[in-house]
Design a protein around this ligand. Structure first.
Ligand code: ADP
Length: 607
């Protein structure tokens, strides 16, 4: 069950809904941890955004004038001495020679220039040849959005096309700003003293962006550069188009803000500049944590019960929900849904398992109790008849002066009835132990003929009292291996039932047959009979058919259940056929024993 909860929880954790919930909690934690206790927020940013907005486009003739606008803006930026300028505009084609020459001059005058490049139709689309050599580096401008909800949470620091790898624009800008080289190792990238930790392993070095609050990175309109020159001095400038009507790369940040591509690059740059990286927890750790949760849930319900267990499980669930927050505080992204699903499923599973085990135990002890009560009831009922006989006879003997012959008769009666009483008590104890499975059955060989004779002999007086003829209608052969007392009890019970439930002047026939090593002992009567539904219930304790109740015969409804137990414990079974008003046939089917008992053995037992 543990394994099932664990695997189902993990599987559910991979579904798109789980992915959305994980993303949602990531975004919540991201915005929660962003503002508070984050000392790096006190330090001003190392980058600024110069965004060509609607106002600039309107003032300067729109997108068809973009190159002259860029040239103008670059000239102005350059007067403010930035550290690096990263251009998030693809200058792939030659457009107008005069305009291009102007832009070329502006780019030439720009120090530490990074130009954008993008993959189109599987190849790098680089800046036109007149611009390309002016850049100290080319960086890819691809941003990334989550396929489930379109939110831009990470960028790939490296992209490959046509066998050629390009670092991201933000990474190249960061490298130039730090005046260092990129030192690559399988797990991370190092630039100067900064070790850039990717979110997870991979040749693309995906990096989670730690978005600063909106406007935290100064965003300057080109129309205001002159007034805000101080903001640009010695900063890395990300220059791009922010106008809604023109920018083709509008994205959504984790906190739901609309961001332009150029801002995503600047935010990625700040993540590196503030040395604030987030990594995703390794799958193996997630699986291990989930396993621990499943085991914890199992232990809770294994060792605790009632409210304690439920409170402990609630604490476990609380911890599971709190865990991703703790991981996040330590710059690690831990999935929210899968562990929670595992914790819920295993707690629910363990709780219901516990519930059912407890219920089963309760049921077992209750049925044991009622079985015991039933047995007591039976014993008390069965003992009443011999006790009444003993009591009556002894009273007669003490009260009246009886002739010797009568006294002898009564003494004989007291003697036989007390023996019967003793037999009932021992049967009671045996049956108790039999039902408990405690009783070791005796395994003695006994001749079937002897068994049938004894039982018929004992039952015959009862039959005669009702004028019922009882006959043995076949030769009886074979030997059984079993407990004589109990088997006698079983057959005697079938015979007395046949007598009890038959009207006077009918017949009872006993048949014995040996077939393929099976002994079939049948008792056939012409009594009240039963219908098919009743036959199904007669082996239940205390069940009596309506006809039996109406017959006026006393009974407890326990005898047949004992008979069935006895036959079953001897490896046999009972078959019943019956027709209401016509009669019944009870057949005991048992395996016979191969060797017949010797005469000596039989004689021994008689003694
Ligand atoms: P009891 O005879 O004390 O009622 P048993 O367990 O011996 O209890 O039998 C259960 C019930 O099965 C009887 O009450 C009766 O309804 C039915 N039954 C048993 N034997 C016969 C029979 N030979 N003919 C008809 N009904 C029978």
């Amino acid at each position: 069950m543990l394994a099932v909860s664990w695997s189902v929880g993990i599987l559910v954790g991979w579904t798109p809904i789980a992915n959305r919930i994980d993303n949602y909690t990531y975004d919540l934690m991201d915005s929660y941890t962003r503002g508070f206790g984050n000392p790096s927020l006190q330090v001003p940013t190392e980058s600024v955004i110069v965004g060509i907005d609607e106002e600039t486009l309107r003032a300067k003739g729109g997108m068809r004038n973009i190159r002259p606008i860029l040239a103008d803006v670059l000239d102005q930026i350059n007067t403010a001495s930035p550290r690096v300028v990263a251009l998030d505009v693809i200058l792939a084609d030659d457009v107008d020679p005069v305009e291009d020459a102007r832009l070329e001059a502006a780019l030439r005058a720009t120090r530490n220039l990074v130009l954008g490049s993008q993959i189109a139709e599987g190849k790098w689309e680089d800046p036109a040849s007149r611009f390309k050599p002016l850049a100290l580096a080319l960086g890819h401008v691809h941003t990334e959005r989550d396929h489930a909800d379109g939110v831009s949470r990470q960028i790939e620091l490296a992209r490959v096309a046509g066998g050629q790898r390009r670092w991201a624009l933000a990474l190249e800008a960061f490298r130039l700003a730090r005046r260092a080289e990129i030192v690559e190792s399988p797990g991370d990238l190092q630039i100067g003293s900064t070790v850039i930790l990717p979110a997870q392993q991979g040749p693309e070095y995906p990096m989670l962006i730690r978005y600063l609050p909106p406007r935290w990175i100064p965003t300057i309109s080109p129309l205001q550069i002159v007034q805000q020159r101080d903001l640009i001095r010695d900063k890395t400038v990300f220059l791009g188009i922010t106008a809604l009507s023109a920018a083709h790369d509008r994205l959504v940040s984790p906190s739901g803000n609309d961001v332009s591509g150029v801002e995503v690059h600047a935010q990625a740059f700040e993540t590196m500049a503030k040395d604030h990286f987030l990594t995703r927890t390794a799958q193996s750790t997630v699986l291990l944590v989930c396993l621990t949760l499943a085991v914890a849930a199992a232990l809770i319900f294994g060792f605790l019960s009632g409210w304690y267990a439920y409170v402990a499980a609630a604490i476990l669930l609380g911890l599971t929900m709190w865990m991703p927050v703790q991981f996040f505080r330590h710059d690690s992204v831990f999935p929210y849904f899968a562990p929670l699903a595992v914790a819920w499923l295993s707690s629910a599973g363990a709780a219901s398992y516990q519930h059912f085990v407890v219920r089963r135990q309760l049921h077992k002890s209750e049925s044991e109790k009622s079985r015991y009560q039933q047995a007591i009831h039976w014993a008390a009922h069965e003992m009443r008849t011999p006790l009444t006989a003993i009591q009556g006879s002894s009273e007669l003997m003490t009260r009246y002066n009886l002739p010797d012959a009568k006294r002898g008769e009564l003494t004989e009666m007291i003697n036989s009835e007390s023996k019967r009483l003793a037999r009932i008590i021992s049967t009671f104890l045996d049956v108790e132990r039999l039902a408990d499975g405690q009783m070791e059955l005796k395994q003695e060989p006994l001749a079937v003929a002897e068994l049938v004779n004894t039982c018929m002999g004992r039952a015959r007086p009862l039959a005669e009292r009702k004028h019922i003829a009882m006959s043995l209608d076949s030769a009886v052969e074979g030997t059984l291996l079993g407990d004589r007392e109990l088997l006698e009890y079983a057959l005697y019970n079938l015979l007395t039932n046949a007598v009890k439930y038959s009207p006077a002047d009918t017949e009872i026939h006993v048949y014995s047959a040996l077939r393929d090593g099976d002994l079939r002992l049948s008792v056939v009567d012409q009594g009240i009979g039963m219908d098919a539904k009743e036959i199904k219930s007669i082996f239940q304790k205390f069940y009596r058919t309506k006809r039996a109740e109406a017959s006026g015969e006393t009974g407890t409804g326990i005898g047949l259940s004992i008979v069935e137990q006895i036959v079953f414990r001897h490896g046999g079974r009972i078959e019943v056929t019956s027709t209401p008003g016509e009669g019944s046939c009870f057949t005991m089917i048992m395996k016979t024993h191969a060797s017949a008992p010797t005469n000596a053995e039989t004689a021994d037992r008689r003694r």
